[in-house]
Design a protein around this ligand. Sequence first.
Ligand SMILES: C[S@@+](CC[C@H](N)C(=O)[O-])C[C@H]1O[C@@H](n2cnc3c(N)ncnc32)[C@H](O)[C@@H]1O
Length: 254
Amino acid sequence: MSPFTKLLTLSGVRISAARAARRQYSSLTAELIENMDKKATWDRFYTESSSSTNTFKHFEWFFGFDAVRDFIMPLLQTKPHPDGLLQVLDMGCGTSALGPCIYRHSPLPVRVTCADISPIAVRLMREQVQTKAIQPHNLSSRLEFIELDCTQLHEHYGCSSVDLIVDKGTTDALLRSKEGKWKANQVLKQCLMVLRSSGSLLQFSDEDPDARLLWLETEAQEPGVMAADVGVQEVGELRGMTYYCYQVTPRSIV
Ligand SMILES: C[S@@+](CC[C@H](N)C(=O)[O-])C[C@H]1O[C@@H](n2cnc3c(N)ncnc32)[C@H](O)[C@@H]1O
């Protein structure tokens, strides 16, 4: 299924009978097909999807938190470092409820940072949590939304400071874009730099393991600089597509 078809199915957006709306929609999807690495594309996407309705609705790429909670929550069971909260990053969060759900359900104290290159998505999420206060399981937990280009994670995080990075569809979006491949490589390198040695990056994706594992195993190694272990598990099948969870864990360099 193409990203275009998937977008139609997953966003729940109905193609209206109105020709004008259809024309506007198809121009946006055409932009998305090739330019999912561009800030302007996503600004337009979140602006148009939020203006089509008066009530805020989370947009979920592929699926929501419930489909992946069993991959995420077991990784948040080791006690935080003496310096405080477990650091969790939802990378390219969009307007997904994934980050807020982790914040809500984690028994251990977490700081969940939801980061996106689109200031529109970040604003929508900030407004949403302001109007609908979420109670965390652990009262010390924190939730924040920041505008950040994830090819530049070092601008926000120090080396070895993050416990878990979740990426639902962001690397897929970069890898599928005409000019996004180098950005995907850069994002992966930045993740490995900011992750603690005990930390993990989880990529939720529909890309076949033959292609994704090869890419991860190639790009996550740089002799003398970085190395990582890579694994894959099936998330399941949804609307005829198989989805995967790729887990990348930094390996210390000898
Ligand atoms: C396919 S959407 C997935 C959104 C969300 N994770 C979800 O599950 O619904 C990809 C997201 O990545 C964001 N994005 C694209 N390039 C980015 C970058 N360089 N840094 C941060 N976010 C980026 C887009 O704005 C978009 O929200």
